[in-house]
Design a protein around this ligand. Structure first.
Ligand code: SF4
Length: 327
């Protein structure tokens, strides 16, 4: 581990001042400290934001839900407002990591976590995300767990978060506070960046900006939702594929559909072709199969992850059946 200085911010103003000077924010530390041990990350200053007042889960005036950036994953998963209104969020959190990690890791940190690409974490390997311009060892290496959607010639790594997939399906917004005190909201779908030619730039964050919350907008009721994660072992493993599904059915017709996938994209991957096929239709097993058949549109599999194309379709179909019912 490289030498670094550590400061614990007592209030938001001092945190932002330290962020303006180039300090890296840390809360649960479950990702960043690991990467520092492996010398993948080498921040000169850590700014511990654990004491900032960013821990609430509250309903918004507009009928949505605001989850503070420092809410622990386990707290969010168990919160009654989350469990009842957005089971897809609760389930995605409960299927993430281990109980110990969920007790430490925060919602803001979860969104900011970095890829699990093994080459990224091996400082002897070529990796454009870690060392821009060095190449991508995964492209022609062992790429079984890598992305099939949103890839570029520079990077094919997946985004590892489960709850970000649920947030993407629900069209959540990330609330940000700048060093000058300015606030803004950015849709998560715009906040997390595809690799393009700059895979080292992963979020649309401005220098010194701090995530304060994730906000889920109001959705029509009733909204049935749920999350399915497919992985190599039943616990403490990242997704090979996953599906977040939210459906609003009224009068026997699907009025709204939100579907996103994880484990397959360089960012959490919304599936608009699937959604379009569902809206205006009556739920049926045939509809689930037809809609899920569109889940992998645009996929570009690599040598070792061709299986993900079919697995994604089956994952989406199964979760449509779970949320929409078997008929
Ligand atoms: Fe690095 Fe991305 Fe290639 Fe992995 S896939 S080695 S993170 S550039």
């Amino acid at each position: 581990m490289h030498p670094f200085s550590y400061t614990r911010a007592s209030d938001t103003r001092s945190a932002l001042a330290a962020g303006r000077r180039g300090g890296r924010y840390v809360a649960g530390g479950t990702t960043l400290v690991d990467l520092m041990r492996e010398t993948v990350e080498r921040p000169r200053t850590l700014v511990d934001i654990g004491d900032l007042p960013l821990r609430g889960i509250t309903g918004t005036e507009r009928g949505g839900l605001r989850i503070g950036a420092l809410v622990r994953m386990a707290e969010a998963a168990a919160h009654p407002l989350v469990r009842t209104a957005y089971p897809v969020v609760s389930q995605a959190l409960e299927l993430s990591a281990s109980p110990q990690l969920r007790n430490m890791a925060t919602i803001g940190g979860n969104i900011m976590q970095r890829t699990r690409c093994a080459y990224f974490r091996d400082v002897t390997a070529a990796c454009n995300k870690r060392t821009p311009g060095s190449g991508c060892a995964a492209r022609n290496g062992f790429n079984r767990t890598h992305a099939i959607l949103g890839t570029s010639g520079h990077c094919v790594a997946t985004h590892p978060s489960d709850v970000a997939v649920a947030f993407t399906a629900l069209e959540a917004t990330v609330s940000l506070l700048g060093p000058d005190g300015g606030e803004r909201g950015v849709r998560l779908a715009d906040f997390l960046l595809r690799p393009g030619s700059t895979p080292d730039r992963e979020q649309a964050l401005r220098p010194g900006e701090l995530i304060t919350a994730v906000e889920i907008p109001a959705h029509p009721r009733p909204l049935g939702s749920g999350y399915l994660k497919v992985r190599d072992r039943q616990s403490y493993e990242f997704a090979l594929t996953s599906a977040a599904v939210a459906l609003h059915v009224r009068g026997g017709v699907i009025r709204e559909a939100r579907v996103a996938a994880g484990g397959v994209g360089t960012v959490p991957w919304r599936l608009p072709a699937v959604e379009r096929h569902l809206v205006g239709e009556r739920p049926s097993n045939a509809l689930w199969t037809e809609a899920a058949g569109r889940a992998a549109e645009g996929a570009r599999p690599l040598e070792h992850n061709r299986f993900k194309t079919d697995l994604l379709k089956r994952t989406v179909e199964r979760q449509l059946r779970v949320v929409g019912g078997t008929r």
